[in-house]
Ligand binder design. Structure first.
Ligand code: XMP
Length: 318
């Protein structure tokens, strides 16, 4: 029978055998999958695992610092690289959703490649690919959905890197990954977190992405996510976040007329992200969060709640 303990024992033994004294490079994202993959590799090869955590300037508020601290606390050999300004430059003037994804993916590969080169004689690239990623990238490359979106986490690195790929979670589903992670004593703040897309807030800002828009969206998102946590709703939601809309509308603050941006809040229930229902969050909660956002975040005067399910809507707006 499959148990997380037996999976850990068997996988660590296999990794030791396969990797010997080789060095492995792994990109951490702050998410569950890459963190669990890293801890398995760390258990097998220790300091020969070189982790790289890139700040793309599109993470949640304080996420880079907080998560980097957690990783260090887990004993991982991790280097944090702040490349925000490279990402913002590449995104300047770009409004098309696929073009934004490509720009973000390209800078990520460039930064990661640059950092990888600093690890002498690395032979392997570790990845947190899980079973649904494998299925989705196969069907995407073969089917009419090929251009729906370009996921840059599967097989997205250039051939010239000449690294062999090691993917210890390739056969697992998300709930199994979480169980394995908890056997490995990965902190709850990493293990229990909602999925977050690789291109981050870049696909939750419709239209051009700028540092200022990111800052505004980070504030909105933090109020929403912290609110879910404070009210004990976070774990009932599969994924939540906020979207900055390229729409301005009239509002009134005191006796002043305002003409500012609208945001959408999105929260869904799902098991794998392939289908999803909008979450029936309590009206009192939505009302409290809406007031907080409008009162505290300068530049936002209207909050909407997305009541679309997937399909036909997707989770991200892009
Ligand atoms: P959609 O918007 O297609 O999203 O309904 C389904 C799930 O996938 C996440 N997502 C991504 N995750 N890299 C990722 O690691 C990506 O490029 C990416 N794009 C979407 C999305 O957040 C949702 O959980």
């Amino acid at each position: 029978d499959w148990t997380p303990q037996s999976f850990v024992e068997e996988t660590v033994a296999e990794l030791k055998e396969k990797l010997g004294d080789d060095k492995v490079i792994l990109g951490l994202s702050g998410g569950v999958d890459s963190s669990v993959a890293a801890m398995l590799l760390h258990k097998a090869i220790g300091a020969n695992l070189h982790c790289i955590f890139v700040d793309n300037g599109l993470l949640r508020k304080n996420e880079f610092q907080d998560v980097l601290e957690s990783y260090k606390g887990m004993g991982l050999n991790v280097k944090g690289v702040d490349a925000s300004s490279d990402f913002y430059s590449a995104l300047s003037g770009v409004t098309d959703p696929e073009a934004k994804r490509k720009a973000i993916g390209k800078v990520f590969v460039d930064v990661f490649d640059e950092e990888s080169k600093k690890v002498k004689d690395a032979k392997w690239l570790g990845q947190g690919t899980i079973y649904p990623d494998v299925i989705e990238s196969v069907s995407v490359s073969g089917g009419p959905s090929a251009t729906i979106k370009s996921h840059h986490n599967v097989g997205g690195l250039p051939d010239y890197m000449q690294l062999k790929v090691v993917e210890p979670l390739r056969l697992l589903f998300k709930d199994e990954v979480r169980r394995v992670g908890s056997t490995l004593n990965i902190p709850a703040n990493i293990l229990g977190r909602h999925p977050f897309p690789g291109p981050g807030l870049g696909i939750r800002i419709l239209g051009e992405v700028t540092a200022e828009k990111v800052r505004i969206l980070q504030e909105v998102d933090a109020i929403f996510i912290n609110g879910l946590k404070e009210d004990g709703l976070y774990d009932d939601v599969w994924q939540a976040g906020a979207i900055l809309l390229p729409v301005q509308s009239v509002g009134v603050m005191g006796d002043e007329r305002t003409y500012e941006n609208a945001v959408a809040l999105r929260a869904v229930t799902s098991t794998d992200g392939m289908t999803a229902d909008w979450c029936h969050l309590p009206y009192d909660f939505l009302s409290k969060i809406s007031n907080k956002i409008i009162n505290q975040v300068k530049g936002i005067n209207r909050v909407t709640y997305d009541i679309s399910s997937k399909p036909p809507a997707t989770i991200e707006w892009e």
